[in-house]
Design a protein around this ligand. Structure first.
Ligand SMILES: [Zn+2]
Length: 69
């Protein structure tokens, strides 16, 4: 169900108490960080991450994969 996925609460991998705001994709796995820890490790992450996805932005940016017209 799509609804279930949207409401999924992911904890920050570092502090476990904050909700993850970023998904960090690396070649050997992925990490989830809250805004605080994403900023804290951003220098190191820049080197290992190939993609950083901001979570909880569903309303703001909806990618339009298919355009009918
Ligand atoms: Zn955190």
């Amino acid at each position: 169900m799509i609804e279930e996925d949207l409401t999924r609460w992911i904890a920050c991998d570092k502090c476990q108490t904050a909700q993850a705001m970023w998904q960090i994709k690396m070649v050997d796995g992925e990490l989830y960080f809250c805004g605080h820890h994403k900023n804290k490790f951003s220098e190191g992450l820049d080197k290992v991450a190939y993609e950083m996805i901001e979570l909880n932005k569903k309303e703001a940016e909806v990618p339009q994969l298919e355009t009918a017209e």
